[in-house]
Every structure is written in C-alpha cells, then in structure tokens.
Write a protein that binds this ligand. Sequence first.
Ligand SMILES: Nc1ncnc2c1ncn2[C@@H]1O[C@H](COP(=O)(O)OP(=O)(O)O)[C@@H](O)[C@H]1O
Ligand SMILES: [Mg+2]
Length: 283
Amino acid sequence: MSGEPINVLVHTAPLRNSDGEIEKVIEMSIDITQLRKLQDKLSSVGLLIGSIAHGIKNLLNGLDGGIYLVNTGLKKNNHERIDKGWEIALRNVRRIRSMVMDILYYAKDREPNWEEISTFEMVEDVCKIMKERAENQDIDFSYELDGKVGDFEADKQAIRSMLLNLIENSIDACRIDKNKSEHKLVVRLKGDSSKIIFEIEDNGIGMDRETREKAFSLFFSSKGAGGTGLGLFIANKIAQAHGGSIAVTSEEGKGSHFVVELLRKRPDIKENEEKSESTSGGE
Ligand SMILES: Nc1ncnc2c1ncn2[C@@H]1O[C@H](COP(=O)(O)OP(=O)(O)O)[C@@H](O)[C@H]1O
Ligand SMILES: [Mg+2]
C-alpha cells in the first residue's frame, strides 16, 4: 500500500462444464516484485563481472607487452626499451589496482568513513603522484591549490580515489589526442565557507555531446580495451555521498573541464534521522 508499482505474474485457467464450454476462469496472481528486483540486480552483477573480466584481461595483455619489452631490452642491453616496457608494466599494474578499488567501492555501496581531512595536503599529495605520471607522457601538469581552504569532513580514501580517477581520465584524454603538440593538465583547489571545490582541466581529446551525456553512466567507456566505464560513475556516487556534485564542460577536440563541489561538513544527519522517524511513526 506504499503506492509503489509492483510486478505480478498472472496465471489463468478455464473451467469447463461437461459440454466443454467455459463456465468460469480461475485467476491466480503472484507478486514477483522482489524476484524482478533480484533479476535486475543479477543482470547488473553479470554486466559488472563481464566488464571486470574484460578489463583485467586487457590489462594483463598490456602487462605482458611491458614485460616482453623489458625482457628483450635486458637481452639486448637496450635501456630505452627497458624504460618503455617498465613504464607500460607499471601503468597496467596501477590500472588493475585502481580498478579493484573502484569495484570494491561499487560492490560495498558503503557509508562514507567520515573524518576531518586536511584538504590541501591530501590534494597536494595526489598531485605529486600524478605529476610524475603525466610528465612521463609529456603532459605539462600544474596545480593551483589554495593553501587556506582548511579541513573538511570527508571519506579520505574515497575522495583520493575520485581525484585520481578524474586526473587519470585527463591523462588518458591527452595521450589519446594526437592533434596537439602540447598537452596541459591543471588541478585547482578552492573553497568557501560551505564548500570545497576541485577542478580538473585538460586540453585533451574532449567529448562530443553524446559522450558527455553518457560519461557518468555505469560501464560507459569510449576507450575500448583500455576502459571499464566505472570511474566517473563511482566518482559521481562519491560526490553525492558528500552532498556534492560533478559538473563538466567539454568540447570535442579542445578539452574538458570537470568541477567537483562538495560540502565542507557531511550532509545533514539530522535530516535523515527525522525522515526515518517520520516514516516509522507513520506505520
Ligand atoms: N577528461 C576527459 N576527456 C575526455 N573524455 C573523458 C574525460 N573523462 C572522461 N571521459 C569520457 O568518459 C568516459 C567514461 O569515463 P570513466 O567512467 O572514467 O571510464 P573509463 O575511463 O574506464 O573509460 C571515458 O571513456 C571518456 O569517453
Ligand atoms: Mg576512467
């Protein structure tokens, strides 16, 4: 009686008299709402497993490729080959790791692990790691971080993984783009009394309208072998859990600009408590 639509399975059977004419019809309906929900869930789990298996297979192929270069480089004493192979191997190991982290986040659908975090230090730390990675791909990586934004209440691991995902996407977008001689990636951190704002801007491949619209959907990826389509979906979930959102402006061939706005304090717990009180009170 909650007003929610339900799914029912209806069986009917005719009851005939001795002349074979239908006199009555028996109808039996079964509420299969829960079953249908389970079915939907199973099919999305199936998709997830397919996407993971596909992703890991490709990343392992990449890893093999890197190891092959290192091996032949060692035999021929070719340092350039070793460096290149090692970089490829490392990239693929990192990808597997970040994919596993994403999947764990998705699978657990967990409540954020709230703590006061020092925003500047966390973002600087992420930027230092990513700067090296970007520069290995000849991308000019810079960051403009307001040192006075102060602390904010958040799930540190989730925010880190969200930033890493966004920056990684920008690095990919620059690497894929073959039409510019110089690539740039800028990370910014700002804040006001109620919000923390992260910006990630690149002059990579950009997105057309269709890609922009689908970018945050689960399993959407334009990268074929190189993508799983989990990153932005989960980044968006993380932003929402922090009372925030992610906005994107992007132009095909020009680049993309992601703006993440999060609440400085965790979204009002009182409001949720009140909600659950009023629903339990109404029953
Ligand atoms: N900075 C960016 N520049 C261009 N396209 C992007 C950018 N970030 C995300 N996208 C698009 O959004 C898609 C989904 O991103 P994501 O969910 O992280 O999955 P994945 O990186 O595995 O493809 C990407 O495949 C790409 O098409
Ligand atoms: Mg991604």
